[in-house]
Design a protein around this ligand. Structure first.
Ligand SMILES: Nc1ncnc2c1ncn2[C@@H]1O[C@H](COP(=O)(O)OP(=O)(O)OP(=O)(O)O)[C@@H](O)[C@H]1O
Ligand SMILES: [Mg+2]
Length: 290
């Protein structure tokens, strides 16, 4: 398995002149918002004119296509098993945004073979030529194979909520990855925080722990507050960034995408707390008084 992961990394990084960046979205604890983050962050990058491919790595229990409100005739699982070509698993969502579904039917129980690894390598060698970013939504639970796969990407976005269990598991996940590859870039997201303070504290705690115990600097990418629009949008099967472009979560995602693209990670995180209309109104009000 180790050799195959090294081979995958080598091939993903070496063979073609690549400008494409690969990003794995991971968490320690499940259910913290990875799939929603991946979908909406990808949408935000696409709106910033980046060509983006989302790959649902939750093989057998994929839900990216559901969040996008699309059907997917063929999935990564079908491709890996040799049932269809790469072209047949790429589905178009919007300008600059494509996705590959993970498939359903609990195929995560499926055993990895050399044949599947070869097909995976071939697929991503080809796909990297067509995109600026490929985002892998890593799904719930760490398996030996998913942990190995994470070793092959450029950047790792770690999503955590503010709950101590989630934070501890996020740290354990980063520790595991860091022990295998000291050069991996980590970007932290705190999701579902109830206040800016709570979110920023969570990021700071993780950053300090990484620095103190592993002597590893990680970047604080952003905080997304708990937002009722997230669940409303999921129920409509439309990403919140698309259905409610001005809600708190959507504007946080836009800020995070811009920060990821244009900042070097040194600027402090600005948490989006109010809706745009209200903050503009407040701005007007304070100008009127000064
Ligand atoms: N910012 C938010 N505000 C409110 N609710 C949220 C937010 N982000 C996520 N959620 C809720 O959390 C639930 C889980 O989100 P999601 O499916 O993206 O998690 P996940 O990490 O991908 O889960 P899994 O580990 O099972 O793959 C969503 O169904 C949604 O109700
Ligand atoms: Mg998920």
């Amino acid at each position: 398995m180790m050799d195959q992961a090294a081979l995958l990394r080598q091939k993903m990084q070496g063979q073609v002149q690549i400008t494409c960046k690969t990003i794995a979205v991971v968490s320690g604890k499940g259910g913290v918002g990875k799939s929603n983050f991946t979908t909406n962050f990808s949408l935000a990058l696409a709106e910033l004119k980046q060509r983006v491919l989302i790959v649902d790595m939750d093989l057998g229990m994929g839900n990216i296509h559901i969040l996008l409100g699309k059907t997917a005739r063929n999935s990564l699982t079908n491709y890996l098993q040799g049932e269809c070509s790469i072209q047949e698993i790429i589905h178009h969502d919007d300008e600059n945004l494509d996705f590959i579904a993970g498939g359903s039917g609990m195929s995560s129980l499926l055993r990895w073979s050399d044949f599947m690894f070869e097909r995976l390598i071939f697929a991503f060698n080809e796909l990297q030529k067509n995109y600026d970013f490929i985002l892998f939504d890593m799904g719930a639970g760490a398996t030996e194979w998913s942990l190995q796969f994470i070793m092959s990407v450029d950047d790792v976005v770690v999503v955590s909520t503010t709950e101590p269990t989630s934070v501890t598991d996020a740290y354990s996940m980063m520790k595991y990855i860091h022990n295998k590859d000291q050069d991996k870039n980590f970007h932290l997201i705190c999701n579902r925080a109830f206040s800016a303070e709570e979110g920023l504290n969570t990021l700071a705690r993780l950053k300090t722990t990484m620095s103190r115990f592993l002597v590893k600097e990680v970047s604080e990418l952003g905080v997304i507050l708990e937002d009722i629009h997230v669940r409303k949008a999921i129920n409509q099967q439309v990403p919140y960034k698309r259905l409610y472009p001005n809600c708190v979560a959507s504007r946080a995602i836009s800020e995070i995408a811009e920060r990821y693209l244009y900042n070097d990670g040194t600027q402090t995180v600005q948490v989006v707390e109010t809706n745009q209309f209200l903050s503009k109104l407040k701005g007007l009000f304070s100008k009127g008084r000064s």
